[in-house]
Design a protein around this ligand. Structure first.
Ligand SMILES: Cc1ncc(COP(=O)(O)O)c(C=O)c1O
Length: 408
């Protein structure tokens, strides 16, 4: 069934302001049911978690609801869903916890394609333990992260391999399953950054081969909260630093302080929203969320193809990378223009794109682009349209002062 983008756009109140949002990679607009769920939870009588009184039980239900929703989104067990304020915070918690058991001579493998949130926590935990860091390199022309190199990078001393399922700079979707297979054959754990990939297609923890997978709800129409999932038995085997009186059960053991209960209601509503994107889909929420994201993916790919073709047709645009498997995200520069200037000029025209390194620090450093301002990033989400792509391309033409050819 065709993706009804007009119906979907009507679900995002913020789109009424008229901006063109090509910065889903930095955070999407919030879906109306999410806003209503958060407001509803704030309006209702609440308390801290307690079985003694109804508002306290409501708080417990909001936590359980968010765990169940994230589990359906990722194909995980609700008891293995750790909730937290951000992917960065959750990855630091995991890195400190795992790193406490590392010894000099142990090794961790990180990649130069990853967002720094799945690099620096591991590098710093390795440094603290005296462990060695090994780097997976990307191909500078294609921005692919060849899975074959992991056969050399992973040894019997490797404790952890950290890799992205989708680059927030080039869109590259590495062959995580192949990388995980190599890691597991050597007895290493695999932490996958799904922050950029999860909004753009169905995700399955088991088929990725991830021991740990992290996602952030604000990249898929939800609030600024994140989750890290793993097999509950894996969490059971780990002891994070924690307060003495706080819950010692899994997954609560890994969560710090009192969560934002209303925002957890928003996480659940965001997953329900994704599950509604294909109105023809049936089955349980896991099946519907997969169908919804598959429908969104097909739409995003059509919009993104037009964008890529349009950028390629303009000689004044340099596009970085051409990965075969990718999320609908691309980094580029306009000739003779600092990326920040391009982004600011587009912003003046109401077209929202990020510029800089967007924390893909190692990628831009290795490309030699970081010190001169990184790049401009266009990222397509399911509410974007081909008309918006044409607006962006026309504005780029105007900026470049050329008569560039619109791709029709
Ligand atoms: C690929 C990727 N990983 C990790 C992060 C960090 O996520 P958070 O802001 O939830 O810490 C981001 C944020 O932009 C990202 O794009």
């Amino acid at each position: 069934m065709a993706f009804d983008v007009a119906r979907v756009r009507a679900l995002y109140p913020a789109l009424g302001e008229g901006f063109v949002h090509f910065d889903g990679a930095g955070g999407t607009q919030t879906a109306a049911p999410v806003i209503e769920a958060v407001a509803g939870a704030m309006r209702a009588a609440t308390g801290n978690r307690s079985t003694a009184f109804a508002p306290g039980r409501r708080a417990l239900e909001l936590v359980a609801g968010a765990r169940a929703a994230v589990a359906d989104l990722l194909g995980a067990d609700p008891s293995g869903v750790v909730l937290g304020p951000s992917a960065t915070a959750l990855t630091y918690t995991l890195a400190r916890t795992l790193g406490a058991a590392w010894r000099p001579g142990d090794e961790v493998v990180v990649s130069r394609l990853d967002h720094d949130a799945n690099v620096r926590p591991w590098v710093q935990a390795a440094e603290a333990a005296g462990a060695t860091v090994r780097w997976a390199e990307f191909d500078p022309d294609t921005a692919e992260l060849p899975a074959g190199q992991y056969a050399d990078l992973v040894t019997d001393r490797t404790r952890l391999v950290a890799v992205t399922a989708g680059s927030n700079a080039t869109g590259t979707a590495p062959d995580v399953a192949a990388i995980a297979k190599t890691a597991h054959a050597a007895g290493a754990l695999v932490c996958v950054d799904g922050v950029h990939s999860v909004p753009h297609g169905p995700t399955d923890l088991a088929s990725l081969g991830a021991d740990f997978l992290v996602t952030s709800a604000y990249k898929w129409s939800g609030p600024h909260l994140a989750a890290m999932v793993a097999d509950p038995a894996r969490w059971e085997s780990l002891r994070p630093a924690k307060l003495i009186p706080s819950a010692d059960a899994v997954p609560d053991r890994f969560e710090y302080g009192t969560p934002s209960f209303p925002l957890l209601a928003g996480v659940t509503a965001a997953v329900d929203h994704l599950a509604s994107l294909d109105p023809a889909a049936g089955g349980d929420r896991r099946e519907r969320v997969r169908a919804g994201l598959a429908a969104a993916q097909a739409h995003e790919e059509a919009v993104f193809d037009r964008l890529l073709a349009g950028l390629a047709a303009r000689s004044f645009v340099t596009v970085y990378g051409a990965p075969a498997r990718r999320c609908p995200t691309v980094s580029f520069r306009v000739a003779g223009q600092a990326p920040a200037r391009t982004a600011a000029a587009l912003g003046e025209a109401g077209i929202c794109l990020s510029s800089g390194d967007y924390y893909a620090y190692e990628y831009f450093r290795a490309m030699g682009l970081r010190d001169s301002g990184g790049a401009v990033r266009a990222s397509v989400y399911h509410y974007n349209t081909v008309d918006e792509v044409d607006r962006l391309l026309a504005e780029l033409d105007r900026l470049a002062g050329t008569e560039g050819t619109m791709v029709r």
